[in-house]
Design a protein around this ligand. Structure first.
Ligand SMILES: [Zn+2]
Length: 321
């Protein structure tokens, strides 16, 4: 009697639960798995894709993206991806093509529907006018690839990822387009807000002139009204000699430039050497979003860079007095 009761009452309930479970799996299609080279473009794609994407970045934001090994775990991640996005403009040319080749999946190779390079939507700065041979050590043979430090340029370039997401999931075009419009508005708002912050700081006019270790703040400085006057590296990617450091140091003294920038991944030994030679304190800034840090989102990263610059400029001007 008891068993019959259980079967009569519980069986329909169990059947309903099973059918609901299977309906809900049918209703939510699998997430688009996106693998990116850098955490900055991973952040942008999460903003666009929301809960429809799962995004993994190969790099952590602590490496120099020009010089990375094609690691086997990168190949494993990329071979599962629906979409692979890179910064492009040959930033990752030393390692990503090897990773893609080893992953051996047609859709994510250049030209495939799941492949995207943000740089293809960028008006490239410092495009060489004569052929550059990367084997001579220049890591910017296709022009300057560090556009992501300008919010407006980065936002425009993110259209490339929107197109890739829409190619692999055309039914979500409307949703991705709407989120992209929102993203553009947010990024332009960020740029305007930080421009205002800089214009109220001491970092204007002659004080807005700077030198950098590697040529990576050109898009940033265009957005925020700074002027680059010298680069410590003789060629992008080539470590400067002691003579080069001394020469730049003399130039900065003569021109009364006190702001010098370097990424956290720049060789610390050379930075210290330059500080000794020039008597200037180099402002070391993160140039990529990093998880488990207080700049794990792009707006926080940019805010951090601007704050470090304002503080460094203040300190250097105080020292010069
Ligand atoms: Zn570079």
């Amino acid at each position: 009697m008891k068993i019959r009761f259980i079967i009569q009452i519980m069986l329909p309930v169990i059947l309903i639960l099973i059918s609901e479970a299977s309906a809900s799996t049918q209703l939510s299609p699998p997430k688009i798995l996106v693998v990116t080279s850098t955490p900055d473009i991973a952040w942008a794609i999460r903003e666009i894709g929301g809960d429809r994407v799962e995004v993994q970045s190969l790099l952590t934001g602590r490496e120099d993206p020009h010089f990375v090994d094609a690691r086997p775990d990168y190949v494993a991640k990329v071979s599962k991806a629906d979409v692979v996005c890179s910064v492009g403009l040959e930033l990752e040319v030393g390692w990503l093509p090897k990773v893609l080749a080893k992953a051996a999946r047609r859709d994510i190779q250049p030209g495939g529907k799941g492949y995207c390079e943000f740089g293809s939507k960028v008006e490239t700065l410092e495009k060489p006018t004569s052929p550059v041979n990367r084997s001579q050590g220049d890591v910017h043979p296709a022009g300057n690839p560090h556009f992501w430090l300008s919010p407006s340029v980065f936002a425009k370039a993110t259209r490339e990822a929107v197109d890739a997401l829409e190619r692999v999931r055309p039914e979500l075009k409307g949703a991705f387009d709407a989120r992209y419009s929102e993203f553009l508005r947010m990024m332009l708002g960020l740029e305007t807000r930080l421009q205002a912050k800089l214009s109220q700081s001491a970092l204007t006019g002659a004080n807005a002139r700077y030198a950098e270790y590697h040529r990576e703040f050109v898009y940033f400085s265009k957005s925020f009204g700074l002027t680059g006057v010298a680069v410590l590296e003789e060629k992008p990617g080539l470590s400067p000699s002691a003579a080069r450091l001394a020469m730049v140091s003399t130039q900065l003294k003569a021109e009364k430039v006190s702001l010098v920038l370097a990424a956290t991944s720049a060789p610390q030994k050379l930075i210290r050497k330059f500080e000794e030679l020039s008597g200037l304190k180099v402002a070391v800034v993160p140039v990529s979003v990093q998880s488990n840090s207080d700049f794990e989102s792009y707006p926080k990263l940019l805010e951090r860079i601007v704050d470090v610059l304002i503080e460094a400029s203040k300190q250097n001007q105080k020292r010069a007095q």
